[in-house]
Design a protein around this ligand. Structure first.
Ligand code: 0X9
Ligand code: ZN
Length: 500
């Protein structure tokens, strides 16, 4: 048979364009692979593919992968069956972007809330991003001027730049709290007793990048100095930094950075959590309809797995998400927010993975929020329910009168790295007693969850004209301890003696 030379270009075209059947050749697509085992899932992750979600399907798993243009070869090399879930993610992002808040909207709305509700909300700045943007949030409680020791909860969004709904839901919560206070009994009771921290955009640089350059950007905008950009903020927290599911490769979507807390975004959250007693928190992400809790770096249970499971189930009953331990339920990931928040200051922290895609049509956002709103309130109420309580009275040892002293609780933590060694972190928190000398402080336990023995907090009690007293206070989860302190007046030189 004669060689049909004119067929050759056709063969070349088929190889060039047929990289995934049904996928638009030049588009960034969301693909779904069907894989048989957990280890096959982990192999895809470790290969550096941008795995967006993993779910059980029959006897195996479905793995959603964002096929960035530079991932073509890696995607093509995968041997498992694949189908196209969203053909053109960038076109979809362009179509929906205007409906979502941009960074200016977030900042204007936070300022607006603080101005309109000055008795309920204060605008706060927790840090500055690499490109110089403030990392802002709101402190919300009633009255916000009161610096008492009430229980605290925190809500975060947009650690990952492209997860647009995660910021929307966090911001919506701030609006609901201030607008419903005084009319809605549940919100009123909550804000009367609990301080809420709301940080809708943890990663402003990455978020701006998704709105201006590339909608599927995940990391921050660190210049890694080798032509690549970005550290995954959710692999940069210190507890077991460097462990499974985090990458040392700068170009990876899960690049963990040069060291624990190398990034301003994670440092900002660390400092907030180390200066307060945030008993419960949610870090909002998308997607997958998951409620995840520690550990993310290991399949081992936390010492409070039963408590986590019961809180997870309570919240899942509201929004219908699937609750579970992060490592087993989704995939291994070390250096995540939750592991540090729980592993070091011992706050209960959950990851919510909202919805079915990174940038859904905006019409999906309000129902998503409505479903999770009662779960958010529940978690905020749990702050008081799960707090340890330290209370008592500070008096003058001579007169017995109350003293309006300052109490400082501090302790340092030895935070283990997966890659070996550890770093030391210090928590220092303050409270002012009332005029009567009485104080009441809802705090975190004094022990890291996996610590053998409890080193306790150092409680320093100081007031001008008195000798500062330092005590060691050990307090377990949910425990109530009363510590009364009689301060001894400092010796004062009589003026005559001083003049001699
Ligand atoms: O990988 C992440 O950082 C989170 N998923 S996302 O799609 N939003 O990027 C999940 C972190 C939860 N922890 C573990 N899976 N271990
Ligand atoms: Zn995320």
């Amino acid at each position: 048979m004669r060689y049909r030379w004119w067929l050759l270009p056709l063969v070349v075209i088929l190889i060039g364009s047929g990289w995934v059947a049904g996928a638009t050749p030049d588009a960034v697509s969301l693909l779904t692979f069907t894989v048989p085992t957990r280890s096959a899932v982990e192999a895809l992750i470790n290969q550096g593919l941008d795995v967006a979600n993993v779910r059980r399907a029959g006897a195996g798993f479905e793995v959603d992968v964002v096929a960035h243009r530079e991932d073509r070869a890696a995607v093509q090399a995968v041997i498992y069956p694949v189908r196209v879930r969203i053909a053109d993610l960038l076109a979809q992002a362009r179509a929906v972007a205007a409906d979502y808040r941009d960074l200016a909207d977030y900042n204007n709305e936070m300022a607006d809330i603080a101005n309109t509700y000055p008795s309920l909300a204060k605008l706060r700045k927790f840090g500055t991003s690499i490109e110089g943007r403030p990392i802002r949030g709101l402190e919300i409680t009633s009255p916000v001027s009161k610096k008492d020791g009430r229980a605290e909860a925190a809500f975060m969004g947009l650690h990952h730049a492209r997860e647009w709904a995660s910021g929307e839901l966090t911001m919506n919560l701030a609006w609901d709290l201030v607008q419903k206070y005084g009319t809605d009994p549940q919100v009123t009771a909550l804000l009367d007793r609990t301080r809420i921290w709301v940080v809708p955009v943890v990663n402003p640089d990455g978020f701006v990048y998704t709105r201006t350059v590339y909608a599927l950007w995940r990391k921050n905008r660190r210049n890694n100095g080798d032509g690549t950009f970005g550290v995954d903020n959710n692999r940069n927290y210190a507890y077991q930094w460097g462990g499974p599911g985090s990458s040392p490769t700068t170009s990876s979507e899960t690049y963990r950075g040069t060291g624990q807390f190398s990034e301003p975004e994670t440092k900002a959250m660390r400092d907030l959590f180390l200066q307060r007693h945030i008993i419960t928190s949610i870090t909002n992400h998308s997607y997958g309809n998951w409620i995840l809790y520690p550990w993310g770096y290991t399949s081992t249970d936390t010492p409070e797995a039963a408590t986590y499971a019961s809180m997870g189930a309570a919240m899942a009953a509201y929004n219908g998400y699937f609750p579970g331990q992060a490592y087993d339920t989704l995939y291994p990931a070390a250096g995540i927010t939750d592991d540090w928040v729980y592993g070091v200051p011992a706050g209960f922290c959950f990851t919510f993975e909202h919805g079915n895609q990174f940038q859904p049509p905006y019409s999906q956002v309000p129902p998503m929020y409505a479903a999770s709103y009662p779960a958010f309130l529940y978690l905020a109420e749990q702050a008081r329910a799960r707090a340890s309580l330290l209370d008592g009275q500070i008096t003058d040892a001579v007169t017995g009168d109350g003293v309006r002293a300052t109490l400082t609780l501090s302790r340092s933590y030895t935070v283990p790295r997966w890659t070996g060694g550890s770093e030391t972190e210090t928590k220092t928190t303050d409270l002012r007693a009332k005029g009567s000398g009485r104080y009441s402080w809802r705090i975190l336990p004094s022990k890291m969850p996996l610590e053998g023995s409890d080193p306790g907090y150092t409680l320093a009690v100081s007031a001008s004209g008195y000798v500062t007293q330092n005590l060691n206070v050990k307090i377990g989860r949910g425990e109530h301890k009363t510590v009364n302190v009689a301060l001894v007046p400092a010796l004062q030189l009589a003026p005559a003696a001083a003049g001699r």
